[in-house]
Design a protein around this ligand. Structure first.
Ligand code: 9MR
Length: 467
């Protein structure tokens, strides 16, 4: 961890400076991910799931009833669904359609219940041949170097076999002439070809927590990483014009609130509002990464990290012209102060207009359900009132737990169809909600979604529990 902290300090010294591109032409100054009706989405959900990583068939632990439970008990409208390159392309240039069909079946479980699915090409520590997950064995070049298991697992990123496998992938050491990045891009294009017409899919996360091997910092992010992203974006756009393409910074440093060197990327769809590139950094302040809680002097450190993280994220999002989704944040829910931390991050996400995918839905100590699928203390913290879709240009939204009021304001925008949807969980709104300053078009007690009418002009609605 000390090595990693030093690496991060170096990063911050040489990271990009300046405000970058101009703010978006929106009330909030940043861009929004929109649905097919043109509504701004507030994406709230979980990552599904770590169990994917080691499963021979690459499928997460869930059955359809688990998706139904999640929607019912948490009201999520988003899922970050893990994929594995080893399953997409089991041998060079051969794609496994059966695997993609199994993924599609699960996408349908989510889509049926109103979830937007982000397909995440996941990896940790490169691949199973070097103690991680993601890459197929045939695409893992170690030149005889090995990787030992480590505790914590993240230290595996500096094991020799893993570093070499990444270096071979990025082409930063002499290899055997194979272009592994071309294969990776081909695999992403194949996924996109399969899901191009699937409306339940919101987009693709091009690589989980990229790691540069022996090349780190801006040299990695503005070099091989940016090239891979651009190639992937160009390739995906030949088969899928409309889904969003989510990019992550190098995890080291950025996860803790340090600068990223990720440059602006081009979307062949067009510039400005036509571009659909989203920024999906992860958030793991270093004390949390090291297993600390949110208490005492650690709490002050975490708060500083959160401020820095928000600052850097907003700066990068402006540079990329991209809306923000917190691709991951999470911790052991039993740690002291853990729930206060989760509340704080949710508030920050609301203030930033960012969606999030909490890590993760694997039943256990980090999740809303324990190993026996009984609710943990996290469940009521995530199950809280929030807008899901805003029919126009959002100005702000906020859940005030003390006053029991959810406020949402937006400007009606021409061409947007449908109303603004807010979810009012039973624990806070047992008899539904009363909308002041706005008009309720409908209330669905089953999904607990209140739909508010929209139209031209500014809307400012305050929703409080019905007496
Ligand atoms: O929580 C996951 C842990 O059980 C695994 O051992 C580890 C390695 O695969 O991955 C953890 O999940 C991480 C995710 O894959 C990437 N971002 C950070 C997550 C928490 O460490």
């Amino acid at each position: 961890a000390v090595v990693l902290a030093v690496a991060a300090a170096l990063l911050v010294a040489v990271g990009p400076r300046g405000a970058g591109a101009a703010p978006a032409d929106t009330a909030s100054g940043h861009r929004w991910i929109t649905d097919r009706q043109g509504r701004a989405l507030v994406l709230r959900g979980l990552s599904t799931a770590s169990s994917t990583k080691g499963a021979p068939d690459g499928m997460p632990w869930i059955e359809e009833k688990d998706v139904a439970r999640e929607r019912r008990e948490l009201g999520t409208n988003f899922v970050r669904f893990l994929l594995q390159w080893r399953k997409v392309e089991p041998s060079p240039g051969t794609y496994d359609r059966t695997y993609l069909r199994q993924v599609a079946e699960r996408v349908r479980w989510y889509g049926k219940r109103g979830h937007h699915v982000l397909l995440d090409m996941h990896q940790d520590l490169y691949g199973p041949r070097v103690g991680g997950n993601g890459a197929p064995a045939w695409a893992t070049g170690t030149d005889g170097l090995t990787s030992a298991p480590t505790d914590p697992w993240e230290l595996g990123y500096v094991e020799p076999g893993t570093v070499r496998a990444f270096d071979r992938f990025w082409g930063t050491v002499e290899g055997d002439g194979r272009d592994l990045r071309k294969h990776y891009v081909g695999a992403l294009r194949e996924v996109a070809r399969h899901f191009a017409a699937d409306d339940a899919v919101i987009g693709y996360d091009l690589m989980n927590e990229p790691w540069g091997g022996s090349v780190q910092g801006p040299a990695f992010e503005s070099g091989p990483l940016a090239r891979l992203y651009q190639d992937a974006i160009d390739a995906i756009r030949t088969v899928d014009r409309d889904h969003w393409l989510f990019v992550e910074p190098s995890a080291i440093g950025s996860n803790w609130g340090f600068a990223t060197g990720l440059p602006r990327l081009d979307d062949p769809r067009g510039d400005g509002d036509a571009a659909r590139i989203a920024y999906a950094p992860h958030l793991y302040p270093l004390p949390m990464d090291l297993g600390g809680g949110y208490t005492g002097s650690t709490k002050a450190q975490v708060d500083r990290s959160l401020r820095a993280w928000r600052d850097q994220t907003e700066k990068t999002a402006r540079r990329l012209g991209a809306p923000v989704v917190i691709g991951e944040f999470g911790l052991d829910v039993g740690l002291p102060g853990a729930m206060e931390y989760v509340e704080k991050v949710q508030r920050m996400a609301d203030d930033m207009g960012a969606g999030f995918a909490y890590w993760s839905n694997d039943p256990g100590t980090w999740a809303p359900w324990d190993a026996k699928l009984r609710p943990t203390r996290l469940l009521p913290v995530l199950d809280r009132p929030a807008p899901l879709a805003v029919a126009g240009d959002p100005v702000a939204y906020r859940w005030d737990a003390k006053r029991k009021a959810l406020t949402v304001s937006w400007r009606g925008t021409e061409g947007v169809r449908g109303g603004t949807e807010v979810r009012l969980p039973a624990r806070h709104f047992p008899r539904g909600g009363r909308a002041q300053g706005g008009e309720a078009a409908s209330w669905d007690p089953k999904s607990r979604i209140l739909t508010l009418t929209s139209g031209p002009g500014t809307h400012s609605v305050r929703i409080t529990p019905h007496a």
